[in-house]
Design a binder for this molecule. Structure first.
Ligand code: ARG
Ligand code: GLU
Length: 722
């Protein structure tokens, strides 16, 4: 019986044409040792040193962290940069008005002079990565408290950063890996003059909006273009009209050959955060406690904002980026809950833990790890109610701008009260910058409704200890009527009036602080914050510290005990490579998804005048004439495709590269069934979604008439090579 079973598995493996998938977000400097052989087996034609090298030009020299939250890549020798539409969206929004509505109509600079500068936007190249684990952990002992340990490491790392070899224009940062078991140092180069070059209208760049977000099959042209500017010596510089287009060390070549099933692909970028090595109990808490709490709060917030955006074009521009970002995680968490449930992540983790425990018990060398899982369970159980309260507090407070402003002013007043003028002045600049950034994206009617919708959750949906007594008594004074309370707080205040706020901050410190303290909203915020600190943070800090330590040993223990597994560090916004193959998947019984979509699918989804599925007339024309230029294939225009690369948030805008390292696509999303891959990757249903690079070129050239940009690029035809 057993033999037959093994036989049929072997047969299955050799005959199915399934896409090969390897879990993992790998460090580029370790590819040679850990991954190169496997990557070649999957079809890669270049070597690890073509991807990352510090002695010669390599692909990494074309990759940037875009603003610290997305990825971008250089695609011309004039510093032209490609990233997603949704990564450039805040910038596009900031340049938009009812007169020049670039969100709705798109934007294309016809020459360098028309490219739009962006205050605060930067891109960062990685020059070099060094392992500094030994230096970081010098003097660290097992008996240290978490605080002592961290202090020692911070001291060591600051020393390591000081001693790092680098040019003056370069920066150094260090990051913890494997929960603080390893440390790496990054020498970086940051450019701060990054200008908007082009963006399609949202009806292309965000086609399908929320309905299609996180979903395959997909038809979104999620791209925008920027340009890096440098000073006359091609060095990083603050914005100046004198700056010139940056001449990069490396730019990506663009493949016009298209993709086929099982083609090798890799994605090179800056994945933000994953938690792959949690115990079952932690995953179960995410699935049943934290995700549902955050989803419920965002559900209410989104309903409010959406209601206003649909009725008012001005609010639609103002709240577009905020709405998209709240919606994005909201929908992802729902997919995550479904995926964790459907793939039975809990049972899988428990099986894994059983094997772990058996091996630990069987080997005296692992004696230290014996009670690890049990201790983790104890601490996670103890943390559960605090985790819920933390999510409630942070989710609600961050959605109500009355509180985000109050929080800034409160911090300013605190700085004055503890450090007089010196403290006040030190803080003032960041408060002003915050107000500058938020005020244009704020509408008092929307915010008031948010208060009325969310504060009942705060007051009524959690244990009484987590509700500030001042808030309860305030509520009592208005007979539990949240809109009376909202009127009281919002009507009296200069808190969200830009001119009044600026006047306030121009006063001498003592006077300004007196006015700040007089705001009822600031008093209320301060009460809520104090209660949060005393009821949530204080009692849970000990548990968190123990958890951090346990989680660190559990990660180390897994490395030692589960030897047959290849471990990669959790994503932490550092440069990584992930690789796989182009291929579809089976989302559910009876359905089989293909790996590519075409413009035909855009037209199938087309709903004239719709909020999400309208299609610009020009694109419909090009479609009806099949006018695809050199970008179509067999009479069809490719739009998106999927592959088995293991990606996460932050990988947006990452290049998808072919076997030779040519650009074939632009990563922008994952499929619904696989959104739980941050916690529990499953190769059968986890796929990343990319815009086909030919669609990017088609839209820029044929749709937008920006063929001059395509002329800057180097197009190649690798498949003809064979
Ligand atoms: N889900 C993608 C990501 O996580 C795309 C988000 C932008 N699109 C949107 N409709 N919000 O960033
Ligand atoms: N859209 C995501 C981002 O902004 C990438 C998709 C994902 O989370 O995998 O980075």
């Amino acid at each position: 019986m057993k033999l037959i079973k093994i036989f049929s598995i072997v047969l299955l493996l050799s005959f199915t044409k399934t896409t090969k998938a390897d879990e993992g977000m790998w460090l580029p400097q370790l590819l040679q040792t850990l991954n190169e052989a496997r990557m070649k087996q999957l079809g890669m034609k270049i070597s690890a040193s073509d991807i990352y090298s510090i002695s010669k030009s390599s692909l990494k020299d074309a990759i940037v962290s875009f603003g610290g939250f997305c990825t971008g890549e250089v695609i011309s020798d004039k510093g032209l940069l490609l990233t997603n539409h949704h990564c450039g969206f805040d910038v596009i929004q900031n340049h938009s008005s009812l007169q020049n509505n670039y969100i709705r109509d798109g934007f294309w600079a016809k020459n360098f002079g028309e490219e739009l500068p962006n205050k605060g936007l930067f891109v960062t190249f990685i020059v070099r990565i060094d392992n500094v684990t030994k230096a970081a952990l010098a003097g660290v002992t097992a008996s240290m408290t978490e605080m002592e340990r961290q202090n020692q490491i911070d001291k060591n790392l600051s020393e390591a950063r000081k001693n790092a070899k680098k040019e003056t224009r370069q920066d150094v940062m260090t990051r913890a890996f494997f929960e603080g078991n390893q440390y790496f140092l990054f020498v970086t180069e940051t450019f701060r003059d990054v200008r908007l070059v082009g963006a399609p209208p949202s009806s292309i760049g965000n086609f399908g909006k929320d309905t299609d977000n996180w979903v395959w099959p997909r038809h979104t042209g999620d791209f925008s273009m920027f340009r890096i500017y440098a000073d006359k010596n091609n060095q990083p510089a603050e914005y100046s009209p004198e700056n010139v287009p940056y001449i990069p060390k490396r730019s990506l070549k663009i493949s016009m050959s298209g993709i086929s099933e099982k083609d090798f692909t890799m994605v090179f970028g800056f994945p933000g955060r994953t938690t792959q090595y949690l115990p079952a109990i932690a995953v179960e808490q995410i699935r049943t406690v934290n995700d549902p709490a955050k989803i419920a709060i965002r559900d209410k917030a989104l309903q409010v904002i959406d209601g206003f955006m649909r009725k008012d074009e001005g609010i639609k521009i103002q709240y577009a980026a905020k709405y998209a970002s709240i919606q994005n995680a909201y929908k992802k968490w729902q997919g995550e809950v479904l995926g964790l449930t459907k793939t039975n992540a809990n049972a899988k983790k428990l099986d894994y833990e059983k094997i772990f425990q058996q091996r630990v018990e069987a080997n005296p060398a692992f004696a230290n790890y014996k009670s690890l899982l049990q201790d983790l369970n104890t601490e996670y159980n103890a943390f559960k109610e605090y985790g819920h309260a933390r999510d409630y507090y942070t989710e609600i407070m961050s959605k109500i701008e009355l509180f985000t402003i109050a929080s800034q002013l409160n911090a300013l007043a605190n700085a004055y009260e503890s450090n007089a003028e010196k403290g006040y002045d030190a803080r003032l600049k960041s408060v002003k910058a915050f107000i500058d950034g938020m005020i244009g994206e704020y509408n008092v009617n929307v915010d008031k409704k948010l208060f009325e919708a969310l504060m009942p959750l705060y007051a009524n949906e959690q244990a009484a200890v987590f509700v500030a007594p001042e808030f309860s008594s305030k509520l009592k004074s208005v007979n539990q009527n949240f809109s009376i309370l909202a009127n009281e707080l919002y009507n009296q205040s200069d808190l969200y009036n830009e001119a009044a706020l600026k006047a306030l901050l121009a006063k001498p410190a003592a006077e300004a602080v007196a006015s700040i303290r007089a705001f009822e909203a600031v008093q209320l915020f301060s009460a809520l914050q104090k209660n949060y600190q005393s009821a949530v943070q204080k009692p849970s800090v000990e548990i968190s510290n123990r958890l951090a330590k346990l989680q660190r040993s559990y990660t180390q223990a897994q490395l030692e005990v589960m030897k047959e597994k290849k471990f990669y560090p959790d994503a932490n916004s550092t440069l990584r490579v992930t690789y796989g193959q182009v291929g579809g998947y089976i989302p559910k019984d009876g359905a089989n998804y293909g790996y590519a979509t075409y413009l035909d699918g855009v037209m199938e989804k087309y709903k004239p005048g719709d909020y999400e599925f309208d299609v610009p007339e020009k694109l419909r024309d090009l479609y009806s004439k099949k006018d695809y230029g050199a970008y179509g294939t067999n009479g069809k225009m490719p739009v998106c495709f999927i592959a088995s690369n293991h990606t996460t948030g932050g990988n947006s805008g990452s290049p998808a590269l072919d076997a030779y390292g040519n650009l074939i696509g632009l990563n922008f999303d994952r499929v619904w069934e696989g959104t739980m891959s941050d916690i529990n990757y499953d190769p059968s249903i986890c796929r990343n979604i990319m815009v086909d690079i030919r669609y990017v070129l088609f839209i820029a050239d044929k749709f937008a008439g920006a063929g001059h940009l395509v002329k800057e690029m180097k197009l190649v035809y690798p498949k003809k090579k064979k």
